[in-house]
Design a protein around this ligand. Sequence first.
Ligand SMILES: Nc1ncnc2c1ncn2[C@@H]1O[C@H](COP(=O)(O)OP(=O)(O)OP(=O)(O)O)[C@@H](O)[C@H]1O
Ligand SMILES: [Mg+2]
Length: 488
Amino acid sequence: MNYSLKQTSNSSTVLVVDDDPAMRIALTESLKLLGYDTEVATSGEEALAYLNEKPVGTILTDMQMGGMTGIDLFHKVNKYKIPVIIMSAYGTIDAAVMAMKSGVVDYLVKPFSQERLDEAVKKGLASASSVAEKSALPIKGRSMAMRTILTNNPGMLKLLKMTEVVASSDATIFLEGESGTGKEVFARFIHEHSPRAHRPFIAINCAAVPENLLESELFGHEKGAFTGALIRKPGKFELAHTGTILLDEVSEMHLSLQAKLLRVLQEKEVDSVGGREPIPLDIRVIATTNRPILKEVEEGRFREDLYYRLNVFPLHIPPLRDRISDIPLLAEHFIKKIAARNHQEPVKLSSEALSQLLAWPWKGNVRELENTMERACLLASLDGIILPEHLGFVDPIKKEPIVHNGSANRSEKTTLWEVERDLILETLEKMGGNRTHAAKRLGISIRTMRNKLKEYRSAGLLDAEEDEDESLEEEAGKFFPAVAQSGK
Ligand SMILES: Nc1ncnc2c1ncn2[C@@H]1O[C@H](COP(=O)(O)OP(=O)(O)OP(=O)(O)O)[C@@H](O)[C@H]1O
Ligand SMILES: [Mg+2]
């Protein structure tokens, strides 16, 4: 039979496959208690039929079933990179090892604890998210369509070639680049072009996790290791076992933790907090920093030995201003992406706006460009073309918009935020206060619309609203009482 699975794989649904009704109920109840969304199938065949219709995050399947076995199901879906967890009552170490070797995410021997189940499902979903976001391509074409990094800059193309070569090894890679240059995109690209592509990709942002939590996040902790440690929690290193770990913004890590990290990297095993036995690790490490790491080393904020351990293969991603040929390419890409997301025709980009894009310093690099295009597309949605005024660039010296024409009825001092606000409120008014229609007209999600209105409310521009859950029409009536009344 020929299955064309409609998988986009950024789903968080767990598909439970078991021919035993009692087991199905027990599993779905446990998973629900753990906070997961579930779907069930009574056989491998039914699971495939389900996958044909809807995406799932991970599959939890019994080994022995009437027809297709758990392993058969795994082989059917493996090329689509859907993570599979197998459960078996007849678990032997050999079977488990065989299954894990062939790429099964985890192997649960019945009976297993809720904690063990949680751990396995987490692993499954984590490895699903590593293959997700690969655009909305149907999974069928996706095994070929690896993450592409958009560029036509000769330096970047060379860098990409090199990246592809080192990706195939197990070498530790150190990605340096300003904020927003695409370090995370590169890290995922490396993982996806490595022999570990179907294994977990686990990212941790060392700057975003509070210092006192980072240790147990990275290395895990045993039950009762400290007050509040109610269950054993595997660390990111353990979760990334057999796969790749991304240590994002590693330069922000505290010196004492740097020592522990160094030990893990040297010994290739991890001691969890409060744990007795070290856990052996097979891991590919990618680290990133958005500040010059050598300076951190020189100034004693980053351990030199750790630097050498991480800096096996350094890759430097150039800032966007040093590869301006990528700007039109990326701008067009984001316009199309935004339009596709909103099911709308892409807006055009005027040559005046383009020349401003080319001249802008892009301190926030590709991320800033993406945000700029997002805003510009929204502002340009009524005209269908992005004009310089939609970019919201402000002259850093004169502190005023670089170009200001078009909006004759707006004062010179109008900020982009105000332009956007006026546009939203005007559209809302035009649409009789109907948020859904207004959001559609503007090409934004109803959620974005709601957030924007909340923003205006907290800035005191709109009356406070008591109940967020009221019907949209009623809600709108509060902003535009006249419109709502005349509509009745
Ligand atoms: N070459 C590219 N093609 C398409 N999208 C890109 C490219 N480079 C970056 N992006 C997009 O730009 C945004 C920023 O990229 P990313 O998160 O990888 O940057 P970063 O270097 O990790 O930033 P930070 O240092 O702030 O963490 C993301 O939305 C990413 O998808
Ligand atoms: Mg990043």
